[in-house]
Design a protein around this ligand. Sequence first.
Ligand SMILES: [Zn+2]
Length: 287
Amino acid sequence: MKAEETYFEPDFDGAGLSIVDSHTHLLPGRLAEKVRAFFDANMEGDLAYPLDHETILARLARAGIGTVWSLPYAHKPGVAAGMNASSAGIAARLAGNPVKVVGAGTVHPGDSDPAAIVREAREKYDLKVLKLHCSVGNFEADDPRLDRAWQYLAERRIPVIIHLGHAVSGHTTAAELLPLERVAQKFPQGRLIVAHCGHRAGPQVLDLIEKYPGVYADLTPVVTEPVELPPARVNQLAEKLLFGSDAPNTAVSAEQNLAHIHQFGLDEKAQAAILGATARRLLAEVI
Ligand SMILES: [Zn+2]
């Protein structure tokens, strides 16, 4: 086998399905179809996964993934509470699956009481992760209507995955990182995970990670593009980086994505951090 054909060996530490995929979307049927239609209309080529949850999980398990975080996101005011109930329901329905599903919640700044919605997500539905999508929801991370929600999320150490960019392509610019930086300054106890490492502003996101203890990033590809970063910096900051696939709405399979991370040439500790240890630690710290 030639070097470029060498795929990542998922069972590298002998722990079986040890990888945590902190960025998937196991959405309810009609919503999943709507999201898929958006991708079909806005991209060339094919996506790597079908929509059926069991099939997605079986395919991810084949790549060595043992846990997924499943992220819903509110596109408008008034829908987050229902999405959070549904997210908890999907995680419960999949409880017997060999791949563990960690359900996430969401909120929108236009909701009548965003803080009450995130409290309900945590305390009623036992959701330990939150997702915000600034382009789909058309808002900024530092929208003042989210302040009380941020306060609660920071107190409870709930990891919040935030898609910052507003482009239909899924890309983020350096200027779009500013609202996130303001949240990091205002709520230093918060756990902020920049989705897709803010690709194509990845190096600037690494600077924020280094500067703010509460800022993290996931290495989820942007539809067809793996996140490009300087390998030495990835190695250095691995304790604050998480693996993510974006299944089912990605053209990059988890295997290709793992091979991409493998080619950074990370040391064993950095690789273990990115492929699960960082995500497990964040979840364990949730109050
Ligand atoms: Zn995503």
